[in-house]
Write a protein that binds this ligand. Structure first.
Ligand code: G4P
Length: 529
């Protein structure tokens, strides 16, 4: 069991759209022998065929809406990559996916630095205290000064970085990198695997061969940079990396393959294997013999022909074997897990066994919710919940044809169970209309599309002016909360928790200031059963 657990590396790649996540994922799959041709993972432009995108709308828009899980073997390791949607409108899905990861790779566009979406996702990794590895991409073209990038990472994200390799050159034009650990220079090469490697005879950057190869000017600059890093930079400290306080920093170029394989090899040697997980009754070690896991994602109708619903389970301990019977904490019932699948690009394969760290997709007849715990032993427990973040866009939605109300409600309920939308009850609007909240407006389009295509319901949608939501924790009744009049509304979410909606940050601040005895939470409190 321990051998199987320690050879597993389960991680997610986080980045701002266009930083090169698809390209990097694809190159990792190529090195793992999981695919043979570049360009098979996802078409980046509209109309290109998309293998990791299941839904028609993804193909139409050329974006990745849903996240998938990909796995392959490399040098004896089992790599599980949790793919996450790049588009910020689907960030909620990414947040949930991160709960299933043991580490994260933060991909940064070298010319753009730390962008908005990366910041958001980084903070979720921080909350989970998982190790973060940074890959600065697109080194083949103009990139910011690497010292400035280190500074930016520290200032905007509050994490110090420790460069594993370092760009050779100056003013944003680089020839390759110097690998500090292996004391070798790795130069761009247009053919082969994208790099020419020359190891230092001196065991350090001070090597006459480097000077003649790079020219005196660039060589001197490199020596100065490395000296500065050795003296003033953060030392590599495994403990700090594991606790998410220090990020190993790599420079490379996914498109040209440059630095991808060295990154992969270094990453799998440092990145943690599955660790212990906290739950309501203590901790579970991954090598424990009893099976345990939790549902972090539900996806319906991945295959319209079968109208199926798949629950993605992160295994936290023990071994999955086909047909295993487990307990379902929330319903206190036994469930048989048969027909579990793993995912490889577009293909799904049925699996016989899986271990802690693996992700399995099980057929869900409508019993699973996001965050549900499954366990095989005698002790009942719940893993820590999956954070639910407030929606940022709201709309009143109803079925165009009142006779389709039943399908409409069924569709809304199922899509809400997948976590793609949040449903609110508002006291003063008719029963035919629901208030729906989403993290990004594109999710409204997905909702409309899915209701039409999967549930055959056309809807009308009226955008509401609210932009901020906070869960209220208070002994006061909503009417007793003092607010700036007119700009708020109090609703109930699908778990009957009171939520206050605001039209602008000013009103929210005002409410927070005038109600010191009320907690305005931006992460949903636990559901009271
Ligand atoms: P994403 O999943 O993070 O959104 O990014 P994706 O991999 O789709 O890459 C976004 C763009 O950046 C693509 O260009 C891709 O080719 C380019 N790119 C990725 N890695 C590198 C790199 O190392 N160097 C350079 N120079 N470019 C890189 P595109 O023009 O949008 O698409 P395409 O025409 O190349 O398919």
């Amino acid at each position: 069991m321990l051998t199987e657990v320690t050879r597993r590396k389960t991680f997610a790649i986080i980045s701002h759209p266009d930083a090169g996540k698809t390209t990097l994922t694809e190159k990792l799959l190529l090195y793992g022998g999981a695919i043979r041709l570049a360009g098979t993972v996802k078409g980046r432009k509209v109309n290109k065929y998309a293998t990791s995108d299941w839904m028609e709308i993804e193909k139409q828009r050329g974006i990745s809406v849903t996240s998938s899980v990909l796995n392959f073997d490399y040098n004896g390791y089992r790599i599980n990559i949790l793919d996450t949607p790049g588009h910020q409108d689907f960030s909620e899905d990414t947040y949930r996916t991160l709960t299933a990861a043991d580490s994260a790779v933060m991909l940064i566009d070298g010319a753009k630095g730390v962008e908005e979406q990366t910041k958001k996702l980084f903070h979720v990794c921080r909350m989970r205290k998982i190790p973060i590895f940074t890959f600065v991409n697109k080194l083949d073209r103009y990139c910011k000064n690497p010292f400035d990038l280190m500074d930016e990472i520290e200032k905007t994200l509050g994490i110090r970085s420790c460069p594993v390799n370092w760009p050779i050159g100056e003013d944003g034009a680089y020839k390759g990198v110097y690998n500090r650990k292996l004391a070798q220079i790795e130069l761009f090469e247009s053919e082969g695997h994208g790099q020419k490697i020359i190891t230092s005879h001196a065991g350090s950057v001070q090597d006459e061969r480097f000077k003649s190869l790079l020219g005196e000017h660039i060589y001197n600059k490199l020596c100065e940079d490395i000296e500065l890093l050795d003296m003033a930079g953060e030392e590599f400290d495994m403990q700090k990396v594991l606790s998410g306080e220090l990020t190993p920093l790599f420079f490379g170029s996914a498109m040209t393959n440059f630095g991808v394989q060295p990154f992969l090899e270094e990453f799998i040697s440092i990145a943690p294997s599955p660790g212990t997980r906290k739950h309501t009754d203590g901790f579970t070690a991954p090598e424990d013999s009893d099976f345990s896991g939790f549902v972090f994602k539900i996806q319906a109708n991945m295959d319209l022909a079968h109208r199926d619903r798949i629950a993605f389970i992160r295994i936290c301990s023990g071994k999955y074997e086909k047909g295993i019977e487990v307990h379902h904490t929330r319903t206190k019932k036994s469930v048989r897990l048969s027909q579990s699948q793993q995912f490889m690009a577009q293909e799904r394969v049925f699996i016989e066994e899986a271990y802690a760290g693996d992700i399995i997709g099980v057929f869900d007849p409508g019993i699973f919710h996001i965050g549900d715990t499954l366990y095989g032993g005698k002790k009942s427990f719940n893993f820590e919940g999956i954070p639910m973040f407030p929606a940022e866009h709201f709309a009143y939605v109803s079925a165009k044809d009142a006779s389709k109300r039943k399908q409409f409600l069924k569709g809304i309920q199922q899509i809400a169970e997948e976590g793609a939308i949040q449903v609110f009850k508002q006291p003063n609007i008719g029963v035919e209309t629901l208030m729906i909240g989403v993290a990004g407006v594109l999710q409204f389009e997905v909702l409309e599309y899915r209701l039409k295509n999967e549930y055959h319901v056309d809807i009308t949608m009226q955008v509401s002016p609210y932009v901020l939501a906070r869960w209220l924790v208070t002994k006061k009744s909503p009417e007793e909360i003092s607010v700036y009049s007119g700009s708020i509304s109090v609703v109930e979410d699908q778990y009957q928790r009171p939520v206050m909606l605001f039209k602008d940050p000013w009103t929210l601040n005002k409410a927070v200031e005038s109600n010191k005895d009320v907690a305005f939470l931006d992460i949903a409190p636990p559901v009271v059963k």
